[in-house]
Design a protein around this ligand. Structure first.
Ligand SMILES: NC(=O)c1ccc[n+]([C@@H]2O[C@H](COP(=O)([O-])OP(=O)(O)OC[C@H]3O[C@@H](n4cnc5c(N)ncnc54)[C@H](OP(=O)(O)O)[C@@H]3O)[C@@H](O)[C@H]2O)c1
Length: 256
């Protein structure tokens, strides 16, 4: 292991909290953790689907609990995280996966969907980070995996609400990571491209699409490095940088 480029393996994540507990990507990430966590808390909006997800994960030997979490219920966030930390003592890893894609052409015909996307992916996600990171700082350690997106770097005519919400979350997380330096708390920002999950099931699958397990592999590797931002897959990084600097008309023509 090269000590300049690699961290030693992270301390085992004994207790893991998943915000957006039915997310396909989060399940792949949780299943890839090595060693496996002892306890996983799946937090989300729908008790039935959370229970089904919990049953599947339990087969791998983890203790899986569920909790109620709605990213848009800003008033409930402070209490939720206080209660979770009171109940579990320490939470070693948080996976922030809650997100909605909205419609293609997400600002029309009315702004309702666009505002829901922004409220969930940006306002709700940053609210969760603001309320949970003080608990990590108090316990003196912790990692947060933040599901951003390649869209954070590529503003698109097709979905302004989604790409701007992810850009906001991505920038916020980078600044917060700077603030948290030296506290023992690490934020890992993940920028996947198109991943074949429930979120994208209604869309045509592009050639560069990957599976949730590929995202989990990229995250697993990044957890053993000093990286703050991880592309999933890594090969998207340079094309995204190039596309970002193209004139918007050309960029919009090239993007799927
Ligand atoms: N799939 C992709 O191509 C892709 C690419 C880049 C980034 N991402 C990001 O990766 C994350 C996980 O997505 P995924 O692909 O795993 O899709 P997914 O399976 O559809 O998961 C999305 C999760 O977000 C939850 N959610 C939505 N609105 C919520 C709210 N108001 N409060 C709490 N939870 C809420 C959903 O829960 P419900 O059951 O309540 O709907 C679901 O658990 C998302 O943030 C997404 O933007 C995905």
């Amino acid at each position: 292991m090269n000590p300049l480029t690699q961290h030693p393996p992270p301390t085992p994540f004994r207790t893991v909290l998943v915000l957006g507990g039915t997310s396909d990507i989060s399940h792949a990430v949780t299943a890839r953790l090595d060693p496996p966590p002892t306890t996983v808390i799946l937090a989300g909006r729908h008790p039935h689907t959370l229970t089904a997800a919990a049953t599947t994960l339990q087969r791998t030997g983890m203790h899986v609990h569920t909790a109620s979490f709605d990213a848009t219920d800003l008033a409930g966030h402070a209490r939720l995280f206080t209660d979770l930390w009171a109940q579990y003592g320490a939470i070693d890893l948080v996976i922030l996966a809650a997100g909605v894609l909205g419609n293609p052409d997400d600002c029309r015909p009315d702004p309702t969907t666009a505002l829901e996307v922004i409220t969930t992916n940006y306002v709700g996600a940053t609210s969760a980070l603001l309320h949970l990171t003080p608990h990590l700082v108090t316990q003196g350690h912790g990692t947060v995996i933040i599901l951003s997106s390649i869209a954070a770097q590529l503003p698109r005519a097709k979905n302004p609400a989604y790409s701007s919400s992810k850009a906001g979350l991505d920038h916020f997380s980078q600044s917060l990571a700077d603030q948290l330096a030296g506290t023992g708390v690490r934020l890992l920002i993940v920028r996947p491209g198109h991943v074949t999950t429930t979120m994208t099931a209604h869309l045509p699958t592009p050639r560069h699409a990957v599976h949730p397990a590929n995202v989990a592999d990229a995250i697993h590797k990044a957890l053993h490095s000093h990286k703050r931002i991880v592309w999933a897959p890594n090969r998207l990084r340079w094309p995204a940088a190039l596309l970002q600097h193209l004139p918007p008309t050309l960029r919009n023509r090239l993007l799927p």
